[in-house]
Design a protein around this ligand. Structure first.
Ligand code: MG
Length: 250
């Protein structure tokens, strides 16, 4: 069931989104060689809790941290660890949710650690651009296939592949609501977007094959071929005036 939000609920979601975005930026600013992913998680968690919010991911399905931090060939759901130290040239995807006054903001960004290869930079740029192209496609009256196909066409034209096993999602009082928001699809197909819908659009884009596998810890999801992956995400409201990003810093 897709839950449409009132303008008052959208305002609350904007507050949650602001906290999630600021936590993401703080963690991202701390990305540098030698820093552990555990430290990045600590920074994010402290900020979220200082705001009177709750880290949405902590304990979700048993997840042991406040953020997912996924380095290089890790696609999503990397578990922060004191032993995972960043190196020059890594690409670091950080995914953070904050719950505030009953609503969730969910966002992700891939940060370079020091100087990265041209290939890594191009993957990050393309993935980020595909997110913003998809947001622009999320107009009232459009369909989810318009959103997903926008990502798919943008990245496949540049030689990358779209992860199929994981998709974006509706978001609101719960982190995962209907509908599913794939990063692939057929224009003109799928659920019609209506004002009041709130969705997390989150392209997960691989340099090589789209295939992924989940490691025995049950979370860490890596590319099947060991190549790089990038991930960018915003929580977006569909309004009568068009899409509005809720995970902005102010
Ligand atoms: Mg999400």
């Amino acid at each position: 069931m897709i839950v449409l939000k009132t303008s008052r609920e959208l305002a609350a979601m904007r507050d949650a989104g602001r906290i999630a975005q600021r936590a993401l930026r703080l963690a991202g600013e701390a990305v540098e060689p030698g820093v552990s992913t555990w430290e990045l998680d600590r920074i994010a968690r402290r900020y979220i809790e200082e705001q009177g919010a709750v880290p949405t991911f902590l304990g979700y399905g048993g997840f042991p941290a406040s953020s997912c931090i996924s380095v290089n060939n890790v696609v999503i759901h990397g578990i922060p660890g004191k032993g995972t130290l960043l190196k020059e040239g890594d690409i670091v995807s950080i995914d953070i949710g904050a719950t505030y006054e009953g609503f969730v903001g969910d966002n992700a960004w891939t940060f370079p650690c020091g100087k990265v290869s041209e290939e890594a930079q191009a993957l990050m740029d393309t993935t980020r651009e595909s997110l913003f192209a998809a947001i622009k496609a999320a107009q009232p009256g459009a369909r989810l296939g318009d959103v997903g196909s926008t990502v798919q066409r943008y990245v496949e034209a540049r030689g990358y592949s779209v992860v199929r096993d994981f998709v974006g999602h509706g978001v609101g009082a719960k982190m995962h609501e209907d509908p599913s928001v794939p990063n692939y699809g057929t224009p003109g197909r799928g659920v019609r977007l209506l004002p009041g819908m709130t969705i997390a659009i989150e392209p997960m884009i691989n340099a090589g094959t789209h295939a992924v596998k989940v490691l025995p810890d049950g979370w860490t999801t890596v590319t099947a071929d060991g190549k790089l992956s990038a991930h960018f995400e915003h929580t977006v409201a569909i309004t009568a005036d068009g899409p509005v990003i809720l995970t902005l810093p102010d």
